[in-house]
Design a protein around this ligand. Structure first.
Ligand code: ZN
Length: 189
């Protein structure tokens, strides 16, 4: 169940996971994932997030790629658009990808650190690696995933930080609803 293809990331990428950590050098990232430019993968997730923002939604986008960088599915948080709190960027991308025979060779790319719900999805299906745009504005299950041995790379992408910071400033109630602090019900992020 939890056998994973070993997408080899370098030690530096793990060390740089913390908020405020120095961004990992592009060359080491690229070398670490079979020559794939992770920032390029993030572009797809970012475009989804911007699309969600234009729709009046919460700007979190994600995309599932093969280990070779082929796009399998992309999606965005559509809590507002679909009136459905279960549609997160990662789950939307996951569903768009349809049935995959082997998740251990896939890479989940998301603009923002995955919440517990999406971290659980990553673990449940044995997704092989996680690439995160930023985890300054929100911290989720990224440390837990790394502790499980899943390679986690945080790109600390300034576009993603700016997008979320501006959104949180503009729509604090909507953001608090999404992360489950709008009330005391203990709703998940
Ligand atoms: Zn989520």
């Amino acid at each position: 169940m939890h056998v994973r293809r070993r997408v080899q990331y370098d030690e530096v990428s793990v060390a740089a996971r913390r908020p405020g950590g120095h961004p990992v050098g592009m060359s080491s990232r690229t070398d670490a994932v079979s020559g794939i430019d992770l920032s390029h993968l993030l572009d797809t997730a970012y475009r989804q997030a911007r699309l969600g923002l234009d729709e009046g939604g919460i700007p979190i986008g994600a995309a599932l790629f093969s280990a070779g960088g082929e796009l399998l599915g992309e999606g965005r948080n559509r809590r507002v658009q679909h009136d459905d709190p279960s549609v997160h960027g990662e789950t939307d991308a996951f569903r768009a990808a349809g049935r995959q025979r082997d998740y251990s060779s896939t890479i989940m790319v998301t603009t923002l650190a995955p919440c517990w719900y999406c971290s659980g999805l990553i673990r449940q299906f044995g997704i092989g690696a996680v690439v995160i745009g930023e985890n300054r504005t929100f911290q989720g299950g990224e440390d837990w995933l790394a502790e499980l041995g899943i390679p986690v790379t945080i790109l600390d992408d300034q576009r993603c930080v700016t997008m979320m910071t501006e959104f949180i400033d503009a729509e604090p109630a909507l953001w608090n609803e999404d992360i489950g602090v709008a009330d005391e019900d203990g709703d998940e992020a």
